[in-house]
Design a protein around this ligand. Sequence first.
Ligand code: HEC
Length: 153
Amino acid sequence: MRKQAFFGAGLLTIMLGACGGSAEQTVVEQIVVRDRGETTPVAASAGDAPADLIAAGEAAFAMCTGCHVAESGEASMAGPNLYGVVGRPAGSLDDFAYSEALAGSGITWDAAQLDRYIADPTAAVSGTIMSVGAVQDDERRAAIIAYLESLSE
Ligand code: HEC
């Protein structure tokens, strides 16, 4: 929000400058460049607010709940129960009929592996039967993974 406000101020200055005459043009350009420079280091890492991130991940997980539960002791549905999935070998729940591709993948789920799989399941594990549910947005994936990491005893 603050970034946009600053940038907006810069743009407004350009417009005013344009009305004021060509002599002010150079100064105006400098202001815009400086504004851009200031915004670059502001980009906060998502890990700064774990509680918020987990909450965002729980909300984003709504797009997974058509196939996955993520609760201790619940039966798997069209997809395996994802409670405690972080640290678990891929394809290892007894109550779910996994693809051979995933069960034989040798993956143990950590944040990096989950990130690859959720970004593009079939690219990460060729032959996996999770063919929908990919999340392209980096921040949304990070939030979902933070949420999954929060689910364990
Ligand atoms: C249309 C149903 C469907 C949707 C939607 C879906 N999945 Fe899946 N998911 C599956 C299936 C089926 C598997 C098992 C894949 C296999 O055996 O190859 C799976 C497997 C997984 C696994 C591996 C679990 C294990 O025990 O090894 C993870 C992690 C996962 N899904 C995460 C997600 C996330 C996160 C979302 C939402 C962004 C999601 N899935 C959306 C069907 C789905």
